[in-house]
Design a protein around this ligand. Structure first.
Ligand code: ARG
Length: 461
């Protein structure tokens, strides 16, 4: 294997050591960015007369040829051919254009090169992730519209709390993913900084033009401090943190899918195309897609912890430890992209068991707060009303009744303010409609919220 650094060595590298340090098997993912970055660098070297026009043309043409062959699938990157993707590109360029290939690395180091490649890669991926998030939000939004009016139990502590519109529940996730999308967008501010030109750590003695390279590669800013630029992986860590939060959201939604599709809940039926069966129990249909998304949250958290640990206490500037950033990054990107796609499809294809959701909101005391609120509106202090309704619930439990089974006479025996109309407010429908505060679950509020959500999606088209 040809080395970029053989000159000062008397002995060859140990074979196992060579395998151990190689990153080519995974950093080959960066080949496109390495080539595009190298093309811009060569053009700048030519423009600044650091290499001749002829050399520049030869190098740029050679690099473009490699890119073309890679994209056409004619050129394969074989592990063992080079130490890393940066060396591989130089080896291939030498095969194409000969000794002039050696001029490409003037005023550059693999340290600023790898930071550049990763930034270029991540800039593209965060846009893809924003689009996938938007698709998921669209699925949630259209389900919220489709099922408008369906009532379900709302939970706290996984106990029936107060009835909700099912659409309200779906829209809660819409807004979680909206924050994720904002976070992905905000990241770009700190990814979009060109590190190239920092060279190994100190900058370079050649008269380079970094602004020109930034323009060629569509970077908004150039890095301020060469030492920082080659040792910084904050942009990867920030991405991994935002990814961890996003996966946490997906895991909560997955968990609800798993619960809701169980016999006990039976609120939804997941589509066959996103479930599998059991090899032994013929009756089974398992919510695998949701389970796997929930499970993959673990590796995304792990990737964040892994890189935080790699970076902890590293002295400036570049250290080979930092090569360990790539597998965490690539794995998180592909996990997010697959999970987001699958979750959109789960939502799009699931069926709702309206009857089961709605009957669950009856016979569960979940409108007890309505009774208390009623008394408060009549003039009682909330604590007093709360205690009195607590007594009514106790009475019901002892007499094997639900609130809706109470007669007007029974209610009246608890307080003179109760009358025939009181039973009306105990209906889940009335409870939902009564929650008309901004952000609440009444049909009117949810319709308004859906409308604003639609605008949010348009805004960022
Ligand atoms: N493969 C290395 C990485 O991924 C590239 C930079 C190597 N730089 C060095 N001085 N050995 O981090």
């Amino acid at each position: 294997m040809e080395k970029l650094w053989g000159g000062r060595f008397k002995k060859n590298i140990n074979k196992k050591m060579e395998e151990f340090i190689s990153s080519l098997s995974f950093d080959k993912k960066l080949v496109k960015y390495d080539l595009l970055g190298s093309i811009a660098h060569a053009q700048m070297l030519g423009k600044c007369k650091i290499i001749t026009k002829e050399e520049k043309i030869k190098i740029v043409e050679g690099l473009k040829q490699i890119l073309k062959e890679i994209q056409a699938g004619e050129l394969e990157i074989v592990t063992g051919e080079a130490e890393d993707i940066h060396s591989w590109v130089e080896v291939k360029l030498k095969e194409k254009i000969g000794g002039d290939a050696g001029k490409l690395h003037i005023a550059r180091s693999r340290n600023d090169q790898v930071a550049l490649d990763e930034r270029m890669y991540l800039k593209e991926e965060v846009i893809k992730i924003q689009d996938l998030l938007k698709d998921l939000q669209k699925s949630l939004l259209s389900s919220a519209q489709k099922y408008l009016g369906i009532i379900m139990p709302g939970y706290t502590h996984l106990q029936h709390a107060q009835p909700l519109l099912f659409s309200h529940h779906l829209m809660a996730y819409f807004y979680m993913f909206e924050r994720d999308r904002e976070r992905m967008k905000d990241l770009n501010k700190r990814i979009d900084v060109l590190p190239l030109g920092s060279a190994a750590l100190a900058g370079t003695s050649f008269p380079i033009d970094r602004e020109y390279v930034a323009k060629q590669l569509n970077f908004g800013k150039i890095s301020e401090n060469s030492l920082d630029a080659v040792s910084d992986r904050d942009f990867v860590l920030e991405f991994l943190s935002s990814a961890a939060i996003l996966m946490m959201h997906l895991s909560r939604l997955s968990e609800e899918m798993v619960l809701w599709s169980s016999n006990e809940f039976n609120f939804i039926e997941l589509d066959d195309s996103f479930c599998t069966g059991s090899s032994i129990m013929p009756q089974k249909k398992n919510p695998d897609a949701a389970e796997l998304i929930r499970g993959k949250t673990g590796r995304v958290y792990g990737n964040l912890l892994s890189l935080l640990t790699v970076m902890k206490a590293l002295p400036l500037a570049y250290n080979h430890d930092m090569q360990e950033d790539k597998e965490s990054l690539f794995d998180t990107v592909s996990t997010l992209e697959k999970s987001l796609f699958i979750m959109s499809k789960i939502i799009e294809t699931m069926q709702i068991n309206k009857e089961k959701m709605e009957t669950s909101t009856k016979s569960d005391f979940s409108t007890a707060t309505e009774l208390a609120d009623y008394l408060v509106k009549k003039g009682l202090a909330f604590r007093e009303a709360h205690k009195l309704v607590g007594n009514i619930v106790l009475y019901c439990l002892e007499n094997k009744k639900y609130l809706e089974d109470l007669t007007t006479a029974e209610l009246k025996s608890f307080h003179k303010y109760f009358n025939e109309k009181t039973l009306e407010i105990l209906k889940p429908q009335s409870a939902v409609e009564a929650k008309d505060s901004f952000g609440g679950t009444s049909l009117k509020r949810i319709k308004e919220s859906i409308k604003r959500a639609e605008e949010l999606l348009l805004d960022r088209e």
